[in-house]
Design a protein around this ligand. Structure first.
Ligand SMILES: Cc1cc2nc3c(=O)[nH]c(=O)nc-3n(C[C@H](O)[C@H](O)[C@H](O)COP(=O)(O)OP(=O)(O)OC[C@H]3O[C@@H](n4cnc5c(N)ncnc54)[C@H](O)[C@@H]3O)c2cc1C
Length: 430
């Protein structure tokens, strides 16, 4: 090993939510280097979350806007998802995490990850400015991760392609809420509105794409049209955009390397909502890494177990169903209408779907409710052919479980534990 090479316990590539939350937790015990190609503390994403979550994970001070619902509008109907939602000041939240990690001794540098090679039971990481060594590399470089690409690890690529900006505008008579609506164009483009305050709003357009990583630049024209209509005199003060790639990885770890965040496709096909998942999972992730570091077992198999601990198979199965439906909504003529109809069928339970907070009980109830509103024949017609066998198998399994638990409850004459919304909260994984 070169003698002048800086050595760390862990190198983290990427200072988005995944890299920085991992850095905050792991810097309590280990010597950490974070490399980020952009100015650390800046991002082109915008995040909404929930007030209980921002409190629980101690980032409430980065909340820019609070609202009691998300509004999903389609050409023929709308769904008001009642929940305590918040929109974060995206740069502020990153800076909070940077301050905490640096306070713990982490080193954060603006450098681009270039390459790595194995050496002495660890990894030598090359950036555009230096060469570093650590026993463990955490790849948190997002959906465009070089390592994921290099090893061709994405099994299936579907993407939400996003382009937009933070718009400074006049105070509006009827202010924005947190809302999503379709442009009703042939390309199936949607608009997302994340207000930050009375005169600044993150506005973006997004499109679902199949079998591609997508290119946000394709949406520049669409976004300009939207802004011309909404805020002809508005000023764009920051660019937003990116791709939320969904799919699963062939491997969630390599020897001495683990993927976290969008680089590790935290959500399966069709449900790429990374920020909230990262918030929910980062402490479990850090615990798993701490144990592996202490045991000095950083082989692919052990690290894959850490990645696996973030995934509950029942939840993944249900997410895959959601994914199959999402793809249907992206591709089909009914488009957004189908999605909103589905949300309406779930009624007030839809928020647990959006939050990714569901228990087996919830899944069963949601299924029964959906089939009451959307008959099983129609459901089948919504599922992409490739996913049909999997989705039908899961629906049948959930159905059988639901029947069994109803019988059990009748026999014991106890009321179902999960009847109240408060109890769902208590039972949620998180
Ligand atoms: C406009 C937009 C809106 C969104 N809205 C929401 C939302 O409301 N709720 C939600 O849950 N999710 C949302 N998402 C998804 C969410 O932003 C991402 O899933 C989340 O940011 C993933 O975090 P991450 O840290 O894994 O990756 P990223 O945020 O992509 O961070 C990766 C970091 O790695 C850096 N990097 C990349 N390559 C290199 C390299 N070679 N060297 C060094 N650094 C590198 C990047 O510069 C970046 O800072 C949105 C995404 C976008 C684009």
């Amino acid at each position: 090993m070169e003698t002048n090479m800086e050595t760390y316990d862990i190198i983290i590539a990427g200072a988005g939510p995944a890299g920085l939350t991992a850095a905050v937790e792991l810097s309590k015990k280990f010597k950490i280097l974070v490399v980020e190609r952009r100015k650390p503390g800046t991002t082109s994403s915008t995040w909404y979350s929930y007030s209980d979550r921002t409190k629980k994970y101690d980032i409430d001070e980065a909340v820019a806007f609070r609202t009691d619902h998300i509004m999903f509008t389609s050409p023929t109907q709308s769904h008001k998802m009642v929940d305590d939602c918040v929109i974060l000041d995206h740069n502020k939240v990153l800076n909070i995490w940077i301050d905490r990690a640096v306070k713990n001794g982490a080193v954060i540098r603006q450098e681009s990850f270039r390459d790595y090679e194995y050496k002495d039971n660890g990894v030598v990481v090359k950036t555009n400015k230096g060469t570093y060594f650590a026993p463990l590399l955490i790849d948190a470089m997002g959906s465009g991760s070089k390592i994921v690409k290099q090893h061709d690890l994405i099994k299936r690529k579907d993407a939400w392609v996003i382009y937009g900006g933070c718009i400074r505008h006049k105070k509006m008579e009827k202010p924005y809420g947190l809302e999503y609506y379709p442009l009703n164009d042939p390309e199936n483009t949607y608009v997302g509105i994340h207000p930050l305050n009375e005169t600044e709003t993150n506005i973006y357009v997004f499109q679902g794409k199949s079998n591609t990583m997508g290119n946000p630049a394709e949406l520049v024209g669409k976004f300009k049209e939207v802004i011309k209509k909404l805020h002809p005199n508005g000023e764009k003060v920051q660019n937003l955009g990116g791709t939320i790639v969904s799919g699963s990885l062939k491997k969630y770890a390599l020897n001495n390397i683990i993927f976290f965040g969008a680089a590790g496709m935290l959500n399966p096909d069709g449900c790429g909502m990374g920020f909230n998942e990262i918030l929910k999972q980062h402490r479990t992730f850090a615990k798993g890494i701490t144990k592996a570091m202490k045991m000095k077992t950083l082989d692919e198999k052990t690290l894959a177990k850490v990645a696996d601990s973030l995934r509950d198979q029942e939840v993944i199965n249900f997410q895959k169903i959601i994914g199959a439906f999402s793809l249907f909504f992206i591709k089909s003529k009914g488009k957004w209408d189908g999605g909103v109809k589905w949300l309406n069928a779930m009624g007030s339970d839809s928020k647990y779907w959006m939050r990714n907070e569901f228990t087996m009980d919830w899944i069963m109830r949601a299924n029964i409710r959906l089939h009451k509103v959307i008959p099983i024949k129609e459901t089948i017609s919504m599922i992409p052919f490739d996913d049909l066998a999997f989705v039908m198998e899961q629906l049948a399994r959930f159905g059988i479980k639901a029947v069994n638990s109803t019988i059990k409850n009748k026999i014991s004459k106890k009321p179902q534990q999960s009847e109240s919304v408060e109890e769902f909260h208590g039972q949620a994984k998180n």
